[in-house]
Design a protein around this ligand. Structure first.
Ligand code: FES
Length: 260
């Protein structure tokens, strides 16, 4: 065994032990509180971060998401500023430069900024676009869009959208299972907001569509893992989540773009 392989094996062992320890503590509400307090210790936090058992602070992840989309916005003379992160689930941003007041700004927000924030911070449910004198509230889902203008992100994402369903085929507050490009997907709808994810439980990969749905949470019928259908976030084991796909609602049509 090489030194590198030995090092990786030891790290894996430590990670597994820490994971089991955290799980055991989380089951006891009092111990869970102590665990959160312990995360205030930089050494404890640093070790758990190294093993991928805690996330970076929300604001750091939001900034990383915005840094990812900025180069595309800069090409068009625009930019985005982070105005505020409001725990637990809200971010306020401001589109500036050429993006401010641009008729395509709503698409820029949806296709670029929102998508990046959702990828880095699945717990964010609301993105508010703040402009001088007013705030536009935008859920972190995907709103109805009628496209008359082309945003920089539309140029980047013109390809790859697949027609998935009619909006009214998806029962409100529930799911529709669809087979697309050989993948089984779940489409979840709340009013005009639609999310899409693989129909594969992150536990053992079983299909989820027969799971019970209560208040936007689906429970895997096999071993009970719970997932937020809006974001794919796993409530049972926060270190895993469902694979989610970008969604666009164009009038009555729902389109998705599949992640790898
Ligand atoms: S396969 Fe879903 S919880 Fe086990």
């Amino acid at each position: 065994m090489t030194v590198q392989a030995l090092k990786s094996a030891i790290e894996d062992l430590h990670k597994e032990a820490l994971k089991r320890l955290i799980r055991a503590l989380k089951d006891d509400p009092a111990a869970g509180v102590r665990l959160r307090e312990a995360l205030g210790d930089q050494v404890v936090y640093g070790v758990l971060l190294f093993h991928g058992l805690v996330r970076e602070p929300l604001e750091v992840r939001v900034q990383k998401a915005l840094d990812e989309v900025r180069p595309f916005m800069h090409q068009h003379g625009g930019d985005v500023e982070l105005v505020a992160v409001r725990p637990l689930d809200t971010v306020e941003v401001r589109l500036v430069g050429a993006c401010h007041g641009c008729p395509a700004s709503s698409q820029t927000l949806t296709e670029g900024v929102e998508r990046a924030i959702r990828q880095h911070c699945p717990e964010i449910l609301h993105i508010h676009q703040v402009s001088k004198g007013r705030t536009e509230t935008k859920p972190a889902g995907n709103g109805v869009a009628t496209l008359h203008f082309v945003s920089p992100f539309a140029l980047r994402t013109r390809d790859g959208w697949i027609d998935a369903a009619r909006l009214d085929e998806i029962p409100d507050g529930s799911i529709l299972e669809r087979e697309l490009k050989g993948r089984s997907l779940l489409l979840y709808r709340q009013g005009t907001q639609v999310s899409c994810m693989d129909n594969r439980c992150a536990h053992l990969g079983m299909a989820l569509e027969m799971g019970e749905i209560v208040d936007g949470v689906i429970t895997c019928p096999y071993h009970g893992f719970k997932y937020l259908l809006e974001t794919g976030e796993c409530l049972t084991a926060p270190e895993v989540q469902l694979t989610v796909h970008a969604v666009k609602v164009m009038g009555e049509r729902v389109q998705v773009r599949l992640e790898e």
